[in-house]
Structures are given as C-alpha cells and as structure tokens.
Design a protein around this ligand. Structure first.
Ligand SMILES: Nc1ncnc2c1ncn2[C@@H]1O[C@H](COP(=O)(O)OP(=O)(O)OP(=O)(O)O)[C@@H](O)[C@H]1O
Ligand SMILES: [Mg+2]
Length: 590
C-alpha cells in the first residue's frame, strides 16, 4: 500500500481520481457477482419445483442476471476511465518532477549519466507506472473484495460446502505468498536491472556500429550486448524454473475444486439423507468456485504488478538521488576576478583515487594560466571546479577572494564562459545557438561576435545564413567549425572569466589558425584558465602549469620551463618533432 500512497503523492489536484477508480471497481466487483447468484436461483427454482416452476420468476431472475452483468461492465468501464485519467496525471507529474530535479543537479551529474540513459530511465519507469495505474489498479479492489465476498457467501449458503470450496483457494494462497516473498521480491529488482542493462547495451551497440565497421570487429563489440542478453535469459529461465512446481501445484489445486467439493457433498447427503438442498447448494459452489479461482490468479498478478510499480518509482527517484550542490544562505556577488586554488583535492564520487591532489595556484585578474599535461592527468577536472561542476573534497576555489560555494549561483554562471572540450551545438538555428551566450544581445553584437570568432565564411556558405538549422536537412558543421561557433557564443557572452578546454582533435592548419585567432579575441583582457593540447597556444600564457598524475609537476613561463629541462621541455621537443614530421610529409606530397 506504501506504493499506492507514493503514487498518490504524484497527483496534483484531482486527488479523488484514484480512490474514485478503486471504489467504482469495488462496486463493479460486487455487482459482477450478482449474475452468478441469479443464475443459481434459476437453477434452484428449476430443481425445487420440478415440472411446475414459475416461468415469470425465472424470467425476472434472467433479466436481473443480464441487468447486473451489464451494470457491472458499465461501472468497470467508468472505473477504467478514472484510472486512465489518474495514470496520465501521475505519469506527467513524474516526468515533470524528474526533469525539475535534473535541472538542479550539479553539472557533473551529466558526465556520469548520459542523456540517453537519463531519457531511458524516465521513459521506461514512467510508462510502467502508467500501465499499472491505468490497467491494473482497478483490479486491485476486486482482488481484495472477491475473497471477502466469498467468505460472506460461504456462510450464507452451506458453510460446510463453503469450507470445502475454500480449501484449494487457501492452499493456493499459501503457495503464492511463499513464492511472492523474499525470492520473488529480489527477482523483480534483478529482473529490472538486467532489463535496463540489456537496453543500455543495445543502445551502446547501435551507437558503436560505425566504429565496429571501420575496425572490422564483429564478435568483440557484440560481446557486452550478447552477455547482457545471456544474463537476462538465464535469469528469466531460473525464475521460471523456480515457479515450475509451485505453479503446477497451484493450477491443479485451483482447478480441481470438485475434488474437495464432491466428496464433501456426498458425505453431507449420506449424513442427512436429503439430497435436494445439498445438491442445489453444491451447484452454487460449482458455479462460483471458478470465479474465486480467477480472482486469486488476478490478485497474484496484482502483487507482481505492484512490485513492478514500486520498483519503477524507486528507480525514478534514485536517478535524481544525488544531492544538489548546497547553496549558500548568504550568497555573495563577485567583486574581483582573480582565481585562487588553495590546496584543492578532489575525487569523483565512487572513485577512490584522487583526480586532483593538493593543487594550489593563482590566476591574477586579466592573466592567463595554461594547463598542459598527459591525457587523464586531471586538467579538465581542475577546470570544472571553477564553475562548480563539482565541489572540492578539501581546499578552496576562490574568485576575488570569495569561495565559489558562497557565490550566488546565477552570478557565478554569468561571470564565467566555459568552452567544453567537445562542443555540442543544439539542433536549432545558428543564430539561436550563438545567442545562447546572451539571449538579449542586439543584432550588431551578434554580427561582431561572428566576425571576431572568424565564423563569417561558415555563415556565408549556408543556404539560409544565420537562420539555417544545424543538424537537419544535411546541414552539418565540421568539428573545427562547431568550435568556432562555440567561441562566438562565448565572445557574445563576454564574461570576465574564461575557462577553455581546447579540443583534442587536430584540425587543418587553416582552421587551426582561425581558431587561434578567435581564441585571442575571446581571451583579450579576460582572466583565463586555458587547457591546451597544442603547445603553440600556451606559449603566450603568463604561467604554464604542467599537470602530472593529479599534481602540479612544474610551473613557470614558456622560457623558464624550457630552461628547466623537465617534463615541459620534453613535451616541447616532441611537439617540435611532430611539426617537422608533418611539414616533411606535406613537402613529400607536393
Ligand atoms: N565523470 C567522471 N567520473 C569518474 N572519473 C572521472 C570522470 N571524469 C574524469 N575522470 C577521471 O579523472 C581523471 C582525470 O580526468 P580529466 O578528464 O581531468 O583528465 P584530462 O587531463 O582532462 O585528460 P584529457 O587530456 O584526455 O582531456 C582520469 O583518471 C579520469 O579517468
Ligand atoms: Mg580533458
């Protein structure tokens, strides 16, 4: 029942819909029993009065049987209407609340949960809940009321025959509750986990097909997907086997009600000597027993559905279980833009190893600090702590002397432009993509940002210029072009602090030159944290930090670091080699 009240909490307004559906379906259950009683009354009349039965009475019973049957169906239909209305509401609200929570998640949340998996979890679980509420909930009332009505009827007619007809039902209930207990509950959880795994792997597989084709791998990439299917298959088979015996016993017992009823009736007849009333009562139980059996089956499926709905709600809620970043009770505004990292350590949630370890440095206002270092050394992680993708474990990140945790969140976002390593453009017009940086910008400001970001030629070659939609009708931009658009967006935002995670992929020299120029425009006069993958872009930085295995290994200006003959000078030599190599290769091609 806990699940029901949880679901009810997703109903905003119209709280009466769910209870209404339950009450109507309860009424329809009771009315639905009446036709059986009228049919039995007809049989009784035929038996009792032998040849001279009353046709009029039989007609009346018949009409009542038809009437109550029709009424039962109509009321059940109404119950379904209400339950559907409730289901749509709950589903919409579940989706809405999940989205509202996701918006408040720390930015780092989106690293760990891909947009595909978030959508899948919300979609799947919201629709399971919908199915449960709309289609199965109305039966809940029936599955509780039916056995109760049965108990009443048992004492109305012949309690001895009633008990006999109850025996199989009681046995079946014991078997069922045993099966639904511990193992059954655990299964439901495992079942949904492995179903989710299988779906995720299928998405990953489809997404990876281009790579698979290029590398001519078929079996290996398929392995994860295949394993998830095998796991799912084994789990279902094991569970089915677990049910094999209890289910067979249950089906036999429930359908074998005559096995208990008939001997009891024979005994009763032998005992009283008068077979007519016993036979008539026996007939009643023969008519009604299958109805009870069916209701028990229903309640069995109900239990399962309830478990599934509970699991769905839990999964939905645990998706957004991550605590939103704590907000300062007394948020401050930014007064200066120098950035301080003071003994900062951080490890990703669930990862023991520190991604950055006791890092301290300072970016004076208006200066540029560049981070270089091997892949995985922690550069992106450092950059992400400035706009509070995550909070530090120990130490402080301060802007203008104020801990970023104490800065008003909106103020923080307004003052930082963050250009990601892998820029994503939205599937909308180029203009909207650029204006994302500053929705109120004037047309002139947009044009200026486009020029500064060296995007003019990109726009000129598109069919509808700035109004061209990206990612549809064959208008795609190259990686380098997308980066320049992202830079235009950042230039338009004109925030005093710029955090730049340079793209790893090398572009052609022409594009590289343009990006370099655009970067220069974006960072002019700003406080900049630059992660560079091309050493040419760090040469002019005021300070270069060499990050190695989560720590600062060296720091200084370009020439200072070259003189040190350490990691940086080695990197620089390798970089020079690679340039020579490229030039050499180009010369060969001429
Ligand atoms: N969202 C995450 N969850 C868990 N671990 C992560 C996450 N992001 C990065 N890491 C780990 O933290 C370490 C530092 O990663 P980071 O992205 O900061 O490296 P990087 O220096 O930017 O590398 P690159 O030059 O390839 O961009 C790596 O070991 C990486 O595996
Ligand atoms: Mg990185």
């Amino acid at each position: 029942m806990n699940t029901l009240s949880k679901l009810q909490s997703y109903m905003t307004g119209r709280k009466a819909l769910l209870p209404g559906a339950l009450i109507l379906s309860a009424i329809s259950t009771i009315i639905g029993m009446l036709p059986y009683i009228f049919i039995w009354l007809i049989v009784k009349e035929l038996f009792n009065s032998e040849a001279n039965y009353s046709q009029a009475l039989i007609n009346t019973y018949a009409w009542w049987a038809v009437g109550t049957a029709v009424a039962g169906v109509i009321i059940y239909f109404l119950a379904l209407t209400l339950s559907h209305l409730a289901a749509f509401r709950v589903e919409t609200n579940m989706r809405r609340q999940a989205m509202q929570k996701i918006v408040r998640m720390p930015l780092g949340f989106f690293d760990r949960n891909t947009s595909g998996s978030i959508r899948k979890i919300i979609d799947d679980n919201a629709s399971i809940t919908h199915m449960f509420l709309a289609h199965q909930l109305p039966d809940l009332a029936g599955s509780i009321l039916m056995p109760l009505t049965a108990l009443v009827l048992i004492f109305v007619f012949d309690w001895r025959l009633g008990l006999a007809s109850l025996v199989p039902i009681i046995i079946s209930m014991v078997v069922m509750s045993f099966m639904m207990g511990g193992k059954g509950k655990k299964f439901m959880k495992d079942y949904m986990t492995s179903l989710e795994d299988m779906n995720t792997e299928a998405v990953e597989y489809v997404r990876g097909i281009p790579v698979v084709k290029v590398f001519q791998q078929t079996v290996f990439s398929f392995k994860n997907f295949h394993n998830s299917i095998t796991k799912y298959k084994n789990m279902v088979i094991n569970y089915t086997k677990l049910w094999e015996n209890p289910m067979s016993i249950n089906t036999v017992i429930i359908n074998g009600f005559a096995f208990f009823l008939v001997p009891t009736a024979i005994l009763l007849i032998g005992y009283s000597g008068n077979y007519v009333p016993t036979l008539i009562n026996l007939l009643f139980y023969v008519i009604i027993s299958p109805v009870f059996a069916q209701s028990i089956m229903k309640s069995m499926y109900m239990n399962q559905a309830l478990g599934q709905a509970k699991e769905a709600v839990n999964r939905m809620e645990s998706l957004t279980d991550v605590e939103p970043l704590p907000m300062s009770i007394n948020p401050k505004n930014i007064i200066a833009c120098d950035i301080w990292f003071k003994n900062v350590s951080f490890s990703y949630p669930g990862v023991e190893q520190k991604a950055i370890d006791n890092i301290s440095f300072n970016i004076p206002e208006g200066k540029t600090v560049a981070l270089v270092g091997a892949s995985g050394s922690g550069k992106t992680t450092i950059a992400r702590l400035v706009p509070r993708f995550w909070d530090t474990d120990t130490g402080q990140v301060c802007i203008g002397g104020i801990d970023v945790k104490d800065i008003d969140h909106k103020e923080l976002m307004n003052n930082i432009s963050f250009v990601f390593q892998n820029t994503k453009l939205f599937k909308t017009s180029l203009l909207e993509n650029i204006k994302y940086g500053n929705p109120d910008a004037s047309a002139e400001a947009v044009e200026r940002a486009i020029d500064l970001a060296q995007c003019r030629e990109i726009i000129d070659k598109l069919p509808n210029g700035l109004n061209t939609k990206i990612g549809v009708e064959g208008t795609y931009l190259s990686g380098g072009e997308q980066q320049r658009i992202a830079l235009a967006r950042a230039i338009l935002k004109d925030a005093p602090i710029v955090v730049l995670d340079e793209a790893t992929a090398f572009t052609d020299p022409e594009n590289e030159h343009l990006i370099q120029k655009a970067l220069g425009m974006l960072t002019k006069g700003k406080t900049v944290l630059l992660i560079a993958h091309r050493l040419t872009s760090v040469m002019d930085a005021d300070i270069i930090l060499v990050i190695d295995k989560s720590k600062i290994a060296e720091q200084g200006s370009h020439s200072e670091l070259l003189n040190k003959q350490g990691i940086y000078s080695k990197m620089w030599n390798e970089y020079q080699q690679s340039i020579k190599w490229t030039i050499g290769k180009e010369a060969q091609n001429v």
